[in-house]
Design a protein around this ligand. Structure first.
Ligand SMILES: Nc1ncnc2c1ncn2[C@@H]1O[C@H](COP(=O)(O)OP(=O)(O)OP(=O)(O)O)[C@@H](O)[C@H]1O
Length: 607
């Protein structure tokens, strides 16, 4: 084996203890502002967080210690002071913690974040350099001397002991504004941000004389429901359809889900408002709930879930996964409860969110069950749920398109064939998926062919006698490319049906009938079909209909043509078939022609 001269010798990589990394603070701040934080506004959150943590640390030792934070913007200098009554820092700690990036007092001996604190990374204070050139800290720990620390955005810092004692234990952080960042430090902006991030903190926070913290989160107030509805109106700008309280102890989650009062797009995931240990993490956390719960927006506080380093999102880990399922279970329980306690309210809910619920029912069994049990679908025997339909008829029979349903429903109803309209968005697919809930479910798609067997043939002798009528009728709609057929079917009130070429199978069925018929009958039909190809659309005239019967007795071929053309147009309209220009012209012509016949001409007018 030859020795590779590019492999470094051991002595080349031996660390030199006298050398340590140098940090380019400007570069680091630039990194934070461009790549970690979404906006410089986070500086207020980081200052509040440090103050709150310092108070927590002090109260661990002295539970009666005051818990106050005062934020004091100075309109004259454009700067800002944040005073807290926290634990403060000794001189040694100032050197160690404030001047070392990544060093934090909030981790345990093993380096894990300590549960009771908001901070953990040791970089939060740096965010102040997004808006300040200089950060000054005055701090006092217990009876130790007051320490003054000043850090500059170019990476220098100084430490000295004050020649006075700060009035009480705690810290004051002063920001000297950076040019071009003054807007982030105006009193109005600071008050807005302090309220935005800190309104739920369990300590007293004031901006100048104004308190920005609430007494308690809405889900902990005496009249919770009222408080939550008011919160939803104020924060999300809608009055919820309902409020579902959320409580997942394993993830330390408390809060509420607000059911949207308007339809929502399931594909556009709603942003939820998430607090972490009562400090706002983000108002746009997307994956807190399972995908199917698109109809709810939440506000929650969590003590256990983990933030990403920017503290603007939740870290995707198994804990978040489990929390998501637990929250989903609570929303499901709400739906189930609604179904048993207040079905009309559930129907109202589905009335708003049915499209989204149906979209999810295509791949979520729970949603499918909800639709099956509670969503009334259109059928030719009235609106009813799929569950009811199955119970009554033993199967789920449906027409796959709206046109097919319209074309067939009346005929099918008259013949005692119940059918569901599967033509609305997702409905046919939902019906086809029902066997995943119950393997015994029988699904049947109704196609016009199925009804064809119920179109009874007319007595051949009668049909022969109607030969002239049928030829005239055929000629009347020949230019439309349509074949005229005479059958007897229910309901008798329906004079004609137009069956489109999609139903070639039906045409085959007609041909079969003809083949089975006796010679006389076959002869009649052959004569009729001489100019007709079998896959043309069919106008089926109903011999049970009194008007059609009367038409067959008319001897004037012109009147027959007008009447057949009018029935053709009406059948197209009833079946919701598109009217081609030639169809409209035909319909128009027949209408005017019939009017001409119906209205006496001027010669009879006495005037
Ligand atoms: N107001 C304060 N009172 C007492 N100590 C403070 C205060 N602000 C900062 N410190 C000390 O400085 C350390 C560094 O603060 P920094 O905000 O940079 O990080 P952190 O709060 O520990 O973590 P994170 O980056 O997650 O916010 C803190 O761990 C804390 O010990």
């Amino acid at each position: 084996m030859t020795k590779d001269s590019t492999v470094p010798h051991d002595r080349d990589v031996t660390p030199d203890p006298s050398r340590t990394f140098q940090v380019d603070l400007r570069g680091l701040v630039d990194l934070l502002s461009r790549h970690l934080y979404a906006s410089p506004r986070v500086y207020v959150r980081e200052l509040l967080q440090n103050a709150a943590d310092a108070i927590t640390a002090r109260r661990e030792i002295d539970p009666g210690a005051p818990a106050r934070v005062l934020i004091d913007p100075d309109p004259d200098t454009g700067g800002l002071k944040v005073h807290d009554t926290g634990i403060g820092l000794t001189e040694k700690q100032v050197h160690e913690l404030l001047a070392t990036i990544g060093r934090s007092s909030k981790r345990d001996e093993l380096g894990f974040a300590r549960h009771e604190f908001l901070g953990q990374f040791g970089i939060g204070l740096l965010s102040c350099f997004l808006v300040a050139d200089e950060i000054r800290v005055e701090t006092r720990h217990a009876d130790e001397p007051t320490v003054l620390w000043t850090g500059y955005s170019d990476g220098r810092y100084s430490v000295s002991l004050a020649d006075y004692a700060r009035a009480e234990s705690g810290t004051t952080v002063t920001l000297v504004p950076r040019r071009d960042a003054e807007a982030w430090l105006t009193p109005a902006k600071v008050a807005e941000l302090a309220r935005f991030y800190g309104s739920l903190l369990p300590i007293e926070v004031r901006v100048g004389p104004t308190r920005v913290t609430d007494d308690a989160p809405p889900w902990q107030q005496a009249d919770r429901r009222e408080a939550l509805i008011a919160y939803c109106r104020e924060t999300f700008d809608f009055t919820p359809f309902d409020v579902v309280e959320l409580d997942v102890p394993a993830a330390g989650i408390r809060g509420a889900a607000f059911i949207l009062p308007q339809p929502a797009n399931p594909a556009a995931r709603a942003g939820h408002r998430v607090y972490l240990k009562r400090m706002l993490l983000s108002e746009g956390v997307e994956k807190l709930l399972p995908e199917w719960a698109f109809f709810a927006r939440c506000v929650v506080d969590t003590a256990e879930l983990h933030p990403t380093a920017s503290r603007e999102a939740l870290y995707e880990d198994t804990q978040l996964d489990e929390a998501r399922s637990a929250l989903g279970a609570q929303l499901r329980a709400w739906l189930v409860r609604l179904a048993s306690v207040d079905p009309s309210r559930l129907a109202e809910f589905l009335g708003i969110h049915h499209l989204g619920v149906k979209a999810l029912a295509l791949h979520d069994d729970e949603m499918l069950r909800l639709v099956e049990q509670w969503w009334p679908m259109e059928t030719n025997t009235g609106r009813m749920t799929l569950a009811e339909f199955r119970e009554r008829h033993g199967l789920l029979r449906y027409a796959a398109t709206l046109d097919e349903f319209r074309q067939l429903s009346a005929v099918a109803a008259a013949q005692g064939v119940p059918v569901i309209n599967g033509g609305y968005t997702f409905d046919a697919e939902i019906i086809q998926r029902i066997p995943t809930l119950d393997r015994m479910a029988i699904i049947e798609q109704l196609v016009p062919t199925d009804l064809a067997t119920r179109f009874d043939a007319v007595d051949p002798h009668i049909e022969l006698s109607l030969r002239d009528f049928l030829s005239a009728a055929q000629r009347a709609v020949d230019p439309q490319g349509c074949q005229v057929v005479l059958r007897a079917f229910d309901p008798p009130t329906l004079p004609a049906m137009y069956l489109i070429d999609r139903d070639i199978a039906f045409a085959d069925n007609l041909r079969e009938t003809r083949e089975k018929a006796d010679d006389l009958w076959a002869g009649v039909l052959d004569a009729l079909a001489a100019t007709v190809t079998d896959d043309r659309p069919q106008l089926v005239l109903n011999h049970r209909n009194p008007l059609v019967r009367r038409m067959t007795t008319v001897s004037d071929p012109h009147l027959v043509a007008l009447a057949v053309q009018a029935l053709y147009g009406q059948a197209l309209l009833l079946g919701h078939h598109p009217l081609r220009p030639a169809d409209s012209a035909l319909l128009n012509g027949s209408f005017l022609g019939l009017l001409e016949r119906a209205v006496p001409d001027g010669k009879d007018d006495p005037k």
